[in-house]
Design a binder for this molecule. Structure first.
Ligand SMILES: *Cc1c(COP(=O)(O)O)cnc(C)c1O
Length: 325
């Protein structure tokens, strides 16, 4: 895995969530610290920050890629800020270079949430998860590299952080039953590791199959009023999701239409994290992060996975196109 992701160390852990938690523990995030991230992501990205008593600071996203808008990072940095977590949403890397440059200039750690992006490459050609101090992967069964249950990994080029992560995942043990820090049981399950070991050699072939489906969808939807996913020049997208934007307040109507046609679909994510009930005490209001809020109202993902046959792709295309747009 380390070789595939272009890093010195890959440390297997129990889930993508625990990868984030262990990463934040390894960089010593404390109660009261602030961590800047995107509100348009799976809950765990910010949930793990909050679990450590630190404060997620949400900034808006780019409307075309749905990734964190790095031009808004600097204005959000306070003396309590310790880290930035870009998320490579749907399988396309965020602007790593700008985020990393800001992190370096302000003495912040960058942690990549690459749970949806294993195998992706950023504009500089670097594998997802290999750029920040620590990269976090998930092998949850719906992810591009899927275990048969929960699993994840932390990636790093830093030998000291690698040693810390290995200790944290095993209750902070330094020697036999000697604990230098308080960690947890974040170890990867051996059976999951065995499954992943067998599947990893096939990942590139599966990514290629996803790319072919994405290209076919984008061509098929080009003449509709749906907004097809934008891949920035130089990005190598791995298509964890194929996500359309439905203008004119008609997303839920399209969802109902697809349900009627027995076509799977999902909204990732219907509630941006700054408006989640559990984060009400952070004080965000509706309207604070308009791009994330608009995305939550307009996006819909349609089936994409390597085994999707051409006939099934045709059915998806016909079902979407038969919706009066
Ligand atoms: C899946 C996912 C996670 C959490 O991974 P689990 O293995 O489900 O705990 C974190 N962040 C993002 C962006 C994800 O998609």
């Amino acid at each position: 895995l380390a070789e595939y992701c272009g890093v010195r160390h890959a440390i297997g852990v129990s889930s993508g969530t625990d990868a984030l938690l262990a990463a934040l523990m390894a960089i010593d995030i404390q109660p009261g610290d602030e961590v800047i991230t995107t509100p348009f992501t799976f809950f765990a990205t910010a949930g793990e920050v909050a679990r450590l008593g630190a404060k997620p600071v949400f900034i808006d996203i780019e409307p075309d890629t749905f990734n964190i808008d790095v031009t808004k990072i600097e204005a959000a940095i306070t003396p309590r800020c310790k880290a930035i977590i870009p998320v490579h949403l749907y399988g396309q890397c965020a602007d790593n270079e700008t985020a990393l440059d800001i992190a370096h200039r302000h003495g912040l750690h960058m942690i990549e949430d690459a749970a949806q992006a294993i195998g992706a490459r950023d504009v500089q050609g670097r594998p997802a998860g290999s750029v920040g101090a620590i990269g976090c992967l998930s092998f949850y069964p719906t992810k591009n590299l899927a275990a048969m249950g929960d699993a994840g990994a932390c990636l790093t080029n830093d030998d000291a952080l690698a040693e810390k992560l290995r200790s944290i995942r095993n209750h902070g043990q330094s020697g036999a039953y000697e604990h230098t820090t308080v960690g947890g049981n974040f170890r990867i399950d051996a059976l999951q590791a065995a499954v992943l070991d067998l599947k990893l050699p096939h990942l590139d072939e599966w990514i290629a199959a996803r790319r072919k489906i994405a290209a076919r969808y984008s061509e098929a939807f080009a003449d509709t009023s749906l907004v097809t996913p934008r891949v920035l020049p130089g990005q190598e997208h791995v298509w964890h999701q194929y996500t359309l934007r439905v203008p004119g307040g008609r997303r839920d109507a399209l969802a109902a239409h697809l349900t009627e046609q027995a076509i799977g679909h999902r909204v990732y994510y219907p509630i941006p994290l700054h408006l989640q009930p559990c984060f009400a005490d952070l004080g965000y209001q509706c309207g604070d992060l308009p791009e994330a809020e608009a995305a939550a109202e307009q996006v819909i993902s349609v089936p994409i996975f390597p085994e999707l046959t051409e006939a099934e792709q045709t059915r998806v295309i016909e079902a979407v196109r038969s919706f009066p747009l």
